[in-house]
Design a protein around this ligand. Sequence first.
Ligand code: PMP
Length: 405
Amino acid sequence: MSLDVAAIRDQFPILKREIDGKPLIYLDNAATTQKPQCVIDALVEYYSHYNSNVHRGAHRLADEATRKFEGARDIIQHFINAPKREEVIWTSGTTEAINIVAHGLTSLLSNNDEVIVTGMEHHANIVTWQQACKASGATLYIVPVTDSGELDLDVYVSLLSERTKMVALPHVSNSLGTVNPIKWVTQKAKQFDAWVLVDGAQGIAHGNVDVQDIGCDFYAFSGHKIYGPMGIGVLWGKESLLSQWPVWQTGGEMIATVSLQDATWNVLPYRLEAGTPNVGDAIALGEAIRWFSALDSAAVQAHEEALIARATELAEGFEGLRVIGTAPQKIGAFSFVFEGGHPADIGFLLDKQGVAVRTGDHCAQPLMARFGVPGTARMSFSIYNTLEEVDAAFDALKKVHMMLA
Ligand code: PMP
């Protein structure tokens, strides 16, 4: 079955926008995806009809909000095939989710321990571990990236040992689009009983994420990368770990009992969710995932692969354009540079033609250094993009190339 892209596009009001009289071609989906009407409606409905704090209210609105909020947790649980709903922790996004794990790990590490990350991390998944290692005396190792933008798996295997406590890596690179073999990486790490955290910020919207099949210990993602609102995300972790994990923030909701001198912690998921949660956005994320799950996932994947394939094909005949990241397994992001053209100029001149891309280091400075570029221009695709849009973006790019030549 193929994806009815026209019907999907109809559900996204923002895609009807024009930029200086030209139709918007939105190719910045790795930064954030647009929202379908049902997600916007879920937010409006929450604030218009049942806005209330959750769990503690003795009234109708609190009851409705609590049921919807906890129902959204169930939707996430099923979407990622988590064994238990208590393992789904609401966070503000991927960044906070990784910080919860890294912050807790800091007190579990000693100076004999090692943490492994990769050379293609978003800053959220490298700075965090740098800090954990600095504070604990553990050593941080980096899996290098090959010329095609893939992980050097031989080096990875050689870095693993009994001292490895944590392996953290992205499911999909936000800069290059490389899809990493996370299941294989996890299996290798498990031979040494290391924990594995997958940064799923870019993986969540592009395929079937099944945390049990991957076998990882933690999977982190942001709602806004999967058609939901900003300010909400998820940390999934195995119950056996999360129920013992050193607590993150302290305050209301996460406690069981409090005396003047001490406190005890609540059960999962609440022990890692201090304070009033982001109720409306959690409910709207549940709606986004309900909406996305109703699509045929094979058709979603096939369409996204077709978009990347078209960009790759058009780039091949484009003199002076260098693609950064040529892995055979790529999804979502397509990065490139021009000889003699600064990425920021490319972005500016594409915007004038209605084409929205991202330029810069994509929060991955070590990766840019690896490829010897200050940054790239990045087209990133989503289910509502069409092959015609990819063609039009490359036509616009040709004009930019001439202007910069
Ligand atoms: N990791 C990756 C791979 C990302 O692409 C992003 C967002 N660009 C993040 C982490 C951080 O996500 P957020 O800013 O939503 O917390």
